[in-house]
Design a protein around this ligand. Structure first.
Ligand SMILES: [Zn+2]
Length: 131
């Protein structure tokens, strides 16, 4: 996807001086999940992630609430579940990335909240199987 976002304008419209200040406030100070920050700014979670990485804002490695887990190899959230195995309070899912073909495993916890669009919390174990 060609992402061309005017972060400076987004920040000014929301009363921040800089995009960095805006993202740090939403993601770090307010502790919003990446997807919620993206929804608030009406941009994609991938765009927010890229912007934060570019600005040197540290992403939370765990507890990232996403619409789907990111591929540990190419970071794109576009995978297909090959197999699911319940494992105590978790669900272990074997996935294949539809972008780069990497196979990886996720440990999933359901955090289903009523009225929430995000029904799952994905904790990517970042296990790339095979090559
Ligand atoms: Zn991938």
């Amino acid at each position: 996807m060609g992402i061309r976002i005017d972060w400076g304008r987004l920040a000014l419209e929301r009363g921040y001086d800089t995009p960095r200040q805006m993202l740090e406030d939403l993601y770090i100070t307010k502790g919003l999940p990446l997807q919620s920050v993206a929804d608030k700014l009406i941009v994609s979670a991938t765009a927010v992630r890229h912007a934060m990485l570019a600005m040197g804002i540290k992403l939370r490695p765990r507890h990232q609430i996403l619409k789907g887990p990111s591929c540990p190899k190419c970071t794109i959230q576009n995978s297909r579940v090959i197999a699911s195995h319940p494992f105590g309070s978790y669900m272990i899912r074997y996935r294949i990335c539809l972008s780069c073909g990497a196979r990886f495993k996720t440990k999933e916890v359901v955090v289903c909240e009523r009225g929430s669009t995000q029904g799952h919390e994905f904790r990517s174990e970042s296990t790339v199987d095979g090559q």
